[in-house]
Ligand binder design. Sequence first.
Ligand SMILES: N[C@@H](CCC(=O)N[C@@H](CS)C(=O)NCC(=O)O)C(=O)O
Length: 211
Amino acid sequence: MKLYQNEISSATSRVRIALALKGLSAEALPVTILGEDSESRQAGYRSINPQGLVPALLTDSGVLLTQSLAIVEYLNELQPEPPLLPDTAEDRALTRSIALAITAEIHALLPPRIGLHLRAAFQADTDAVTAWDRHWVGEGMAAVETMIAGRRQGAFAVGNRPSIADIFLFPQSIGARRLGFDLTRWPNIAEIVARQEAIPAFRDNAPAPRR
Ligand SMILES: N[C@@H](CCC(=O)N[C@@H](CS)C(=O)NCC(=O)O)C(=O)O
């Protein structure tokens, strides 16, 4: 397998964590994602992934998979152990709800292309873009904290082993911390992230800081 990726990318981090938990590997194909001239915005990469986003996984049979949630679910089917979804249908739905609350409602408002557009169309400066990011992360993570607290029964986001919910929660929490949030304002998230940080598959695959 080959993984189009970027070290700072939260969405890439999800896939790298899943690969590590599964004991799978993929050749890394770096794609730049920052700035107007990034590879992610150019025709070459758009001809591979029309959305111009990382991650994208090229399977061993040559199929390009995009969207981290779909990729992580694919890896979970490719290598069933350890399972990344809980045992009951309700808990599996809850797991996907948390993952989607993060990817669709928080992360979707934050990637480089959003900041570029806020600057170009609305004259936002760096402080304004940071305020934008902090607003959506603060509101979104508070909701995720409540979602997790409402049904938490174990050590991780859903149950007693890391699931897809954890794989999405971890990079977003690292990003929140880098935006200046003290995770203890979300006690369940803080406790779960501390536990995740003790696991090499999570810790070693956190998104790198933007330089
Ligand atoms: N929903 C997508 C999000 C992918 C995404 O936004 N990736 C970012 C990096 S974290 C990216 O490639 N951004 C390029 C850009 O914004 O121009 C997924 O989960 O894979």
